[in-house]
Design a protein around this ligand. Structure first.
Ligand SMILES: [Zn+2]
Length: 153
């Protein structure tokens, strides 16, 4: 399997299989009428590093529009539970992803406050990803701080 490796300035590593990146990029909002898409990121934590194993895609009760994706627990929690069981608790919730109808996406004020709230609620760093039309945005959110991830390999 091929991977993309990303790192924060502080040295935290995130490993993402390219097959999953392709799956995320299939949700790009290339069409003017495409709605935002999103889901959760599932994977393993090894100290502060993360290895992404799976993602979920929009589920029945999520609220979607051109510039908004409001994820509900329904569906995503079930899929997470399946991964958790199959891996004896090694695969767990890592964070959130969604698309933006922008070439080079930047988080909206709502994104920033939602991620901060989720990170404090879970008490652990989260991986947050925005899929843009040209580039993607990757960051780790920890205690209200953002640590941008840069691709290294
Ligand atoms: Zn957003």
């Amino acid at each position: 399997m091929q991977y993309k490796t990303m790192m924060t300035e502080g040295g935290t590593l995130v490993i993402l299989p390219t097959t999953l990146i392709n799956e995320l990029e299939k949700q790009k909002q290339l069409n003017p009428r495409d709605m935002e898409s999103g889901g959760i990121i599932i994977g393993k934590r090894r100290s502060s590093n993360m290895e992404v194993v799976a993602i979920t895609t929009p589920q029945l009760k999520d609220k979607r529009s051109r510039c908004r994706f409001d994820r509900k627990e329904f569906g995503h929690a079930t899929i997470l539970g399946q991964y958790w069981n199959q891996s004896n608790g090694e695969d767990n919730y890592l964070g959130e992803w969604h698309t933006h109808p922008e070439d080079f996406p930047t988080p909206s004020p709502t994104d920033l406050s939602t991620w901060k709230a989720m990170s404090s609620e879970h008490g652990i760093p989260l991986l947050a990803v925005i899929i843009g039309r040209v580039k993607n945005y990757y960051t780790i959110v920890s205690r209200s701080q953002f640590y941008r991830l840069k691709e290294i390999a």
